[in-house]
Write a protein that binds this ligand. Structure first.
Ligand code: FES
Length: 318
């Protein structure tokens, strides 16, 4: 995917360990349209590329606003953002991608944010608010001081259920919160936040029969290699005319890196969608959290940073 340039217009303290980064287009240019729930890749000082959700109103064309948590388990991305971004700096970014789309015609929407998961949830809330739709927000955070974008959320005309672990004496009982709401078949539930919260959300929705449940992950979960995955397969790259073998001591991802194949890797954990690649022949062993089960079954796209192969040969549109 090609990149474009934007510059850092504003850096703002939003909450403990969270900054917002407001990016503006270069002079005479505009930023690509985005949908609520979308994210972009940010090319950070030092060469790292990381994906961040957009928090602003999706109708705005003059800026992108990102929320970035200084993550203690950072592999370098959030540290680089917090320590090295400066106002006025020009950065490469990707066009927005959206794997967390909003169903704007739902009768009612329940938006659940855990910590920094507020970023796409805020953009969704802004969109539903602008459309005059029925929705509510459940905002879970460790403390008030660690909750970002609180004033922006308060400015919207929607009910917000706030839960702060330190005041409540522990994490929220998500199942009880969801059970207290009586959705109809056209109610949609969305959640973005830490892995534990998302597991609780998925289990609760399943138990309560909330079928329209959608999640956005910031961290990967372990996905087992399929029993019929091949440790050894041949890869052909149709556009560049290259071919190579993937053997048990390496991976498709490592080989693509070694051969300097142009793939816009970002998270390298199968959660952001940056490395989505068209499959022309063969059967991938999908290990990502981005594509739906229907897309996995179709085998026409794959995330090459984490996935493997179930057939002897894989032909990619690279
Ligand atoms: S680089 Fe993020 S899904 Fe592959």
């Amino acid at each position: 995917m090609s990149t474009l340039k934007a510059w850092v217009h504003t850096l703002r303290y939003e909450a403990q360990d969270i900054i917002s980064v407001e990016l503006h287009p270069m002079a005479g240019q505009s930023l690509p349209v985005f949908e609520a729930g979308a994210h972009i890749d940010l090319h950070l000082p030092g060469g790292l590329v990381r994906s961040y959700s957009l928090a602003n109103d999706s109708q705005e064309r003059h800026r992108y606003v990102l929320g970035i948590l200084r993550d203690k388990a950072s592999r370098g991305g959030s540290r680089a953002a917090h320590e090295h971004l400066r106002v006025g700096m020009a950065l490469d970014i990707s066009a927005p991608r959206n794997h967390f789309p909003l169903h704007e015609d739902a009768h009612h929407s329940v938006l659940i944010a855990g910590g920094i998961g507020i970023t796409p949830i805020l953009s969704m809330a802004r969109r539903l608010n602008a459309l005059g739709r029925s929705f509510e927000v459940i905002y879970l955070a460790r403390s008030r001081s660690s909750a970002a974008f609180v004033e922006a959320l308060r400015a919207l005309a929607c009910p917000v259920h706030w839960h702060f672990d330190d005041e409540a004496g522990g994490p929220a009982d998500l199942r009880a919160l969801l059970a207290a709401r009586l959705p109809d078949s056209n109610t949609h539930h969305y959640a973005c936040g830490p892995a534990l919260m998302l597991s609780a959300f998925e289990q609760s929705c399943e138990a309560l029969g909330h079928t329209n449940a959608h999640i956005e992950r910031f961290a990967a979960v372990d996905i087992q290699v399929a029993d019929d995955a091949r440790p050894h397969f041949t890869v052909e790259l149709r556009q560049s005319g290259k071919s190579f073998e993937v053997t048990p001591d390496t991976t498709l991802h490592k080989k693509l890196r070694e051969l300097h194949v142009s793939v816009p890797f970002s998270c390298e954990e199968g959660i952001c969608g940056a490395c989505e690649t068209r499959v022309l022949e063969g059967t991938p062993d999908h290990r990502d959290m981005v594509l739906s089960s229907a897309e996995h079954a179709a085998n026409t796209l794959m995330m090459v940073c984490v996935s493997g192969c179930k057939s002897e040969r894989l032909v990619l549109d690279l």
